[in-house]
Design a binder for this molecule. Structure first.
Ligand SMILES: [Zn+2]
Ligand SMILES: [Zn+2]
Ligand SMILES: [Zn+2]
Ligand SMILES: [Zn+2]
Ligand SMILES: [Zn+2]
Length: 246
C-alpha cells in the first residue's frame, strides 16, 4: 500500500484509500492517483491541477496526446471534484486499527477526532507521539503534564504537586457546604422544638381544664353532702308516719 502522505504530495488521492475501486476515468495519468482538484486542458484530458502545472513547467505538451497545452487554458472541474468528494474512503489510520469509512470530503474532519490518529503530546516539552485514544493514559504519567487547578485557584499543577495541592478554594467550598448542612439541621430542630412546645402548651391547657372540672366536682360533692346531712336529720320521724297512712 502506498503511503497516503506521499501520494498527497504528488497530486491525487491514493487509490487504496477508497472503499470501492475507483473508475478508470477518475485516475490521473500523471500520478496514477484519484483526481484531486481535477482540471481539463483544451485537448479535453483531465489531470490533478497540481500534477499538470508541475508537468507544464518541464514540457508544454499534454502527457496523453502530446498536443501543446496553454497553462492559462485549463479549467477546474467543480462538479467532478464534488462527486469525487462524495466517494467513500477508509481512514488512513486503518493500519493502526481505525475501521471507519466516510466520504472523502470528510477526511479532515474525521482526522481531527480519529482515535487512531498519531498526535504529539500536547504538554510543552514532551516529545512523545501517541494515538489520540492513549492521550488520557499518557497524561497520567507524562512528566510535562501541567494544568491549572480545576477549582480555579490559579495554581498551575504538575504531576508532583497535584496530589499535595491543598486548595484553599476546595477547603472553602467544603466548609461552606458543611455550614449549609448544619444550618438546615438547626432549622429542622427549631421547627421540631416549636411543635413540641405547642403540644406541651395544649397538654397544659387540658390538664388545667381537668383540674378545674375536678375542683368544681369537689365543691359540688361538699354541697351535696351538706344537703344530705340536713335532710336526713329533719325528716327522720315524718316518713314512717306517711307510709302508715296508706
Ligand atoms: Zn495527479
Ligand atoms: Zn491531451
Ligand atoms: Zn480514523
Ligand atoms: Zn507527554
Ligand atoms: Zn487549587
Amino acid at each position: 500500500m502506498a503511503d497516503p502522505d506521499v501520494s498527497t504530495q504528488s497530486g491525487g488521492y491514493d487509490v487504496e484509500l477508497f472503499v470501492d475501486p475507483p473508475d478508470y476515468d477518475l485516475i490521473c495519468t500523471i500520478c496514477q492517483g484519484v483526481l484531486k482538484c481535477p482540471v481539463r486542458s483544451a485537448c479535453h484530458h483531465i489531470f490533478c491541477k497540481k500534477c499538470i502545472l508541475q508537468w507544464l513547467k518541464r514540457q508544454e505538451t499534454c502527457p496523453c496526446c502530446r498536443k501543446p497545452v496553454n497553462p492559462n487554458l485549463i479549467f477546474v472541474m467543480f462538479k467532478l471534484s464534488k462527486s469525487i468528494g462524495r466517494m467513500k474512503i477508509k481512514c488512513k489510520n486503518e493500519i493502526r486499527g481505525c475501521a471507519e469509512t466516510f466520504p472523502l470530503s470528510e477526511q479532515y474532519c474525521h482526522s481531527m477526532s480519529c482515535l487512531y490518529e498519531l498526535i504529539p503530546c500536547p504538554y510543552q516539552g514532551c516529545r512523545a507521539q501517541l494515538l489520540r485514544r492513549d492521550l488520557d493514559t499518557h497524561a497520567r504519567h507524562c512528566e510535562h503534564w501541567r494544568q491549572p487547578c480545576h477549582m480555579g485557584c490559579g495554581t498551575i499543577l504538575t504531576q508532583h504537586t497535584q496530589a499535595q495541592h491543598n486548595c484553599y478554594k476546595q477547603l472553602r467550598q467544603e466548609y461552606e457546604s458543611r455550614e449549609r448542612n448544619h444550618r438546615t439541621i438547626a432549622i429542622a430542630l427549631q421547627r421540631k422544638m416549636r411543635r413540641m412546645q405547642s403540644t406541651m402548651a395544649h397538654m397544659k391547657r387540658q390538664i388545667r381544664l381537668i383540674c378545674e372540672s375536678l375542683e368544681v366536682m369537689d365543691d359540688l360533692h361538699e354541697v351535696v353532702e351538706e344537703e344530705d346531712l340536713g335532710e336526713s336529720s329533719g325528716s327522720s320521724g315524718g316518713t314512717p308516719s306517711s307510709s302508715s297512712n296508706n
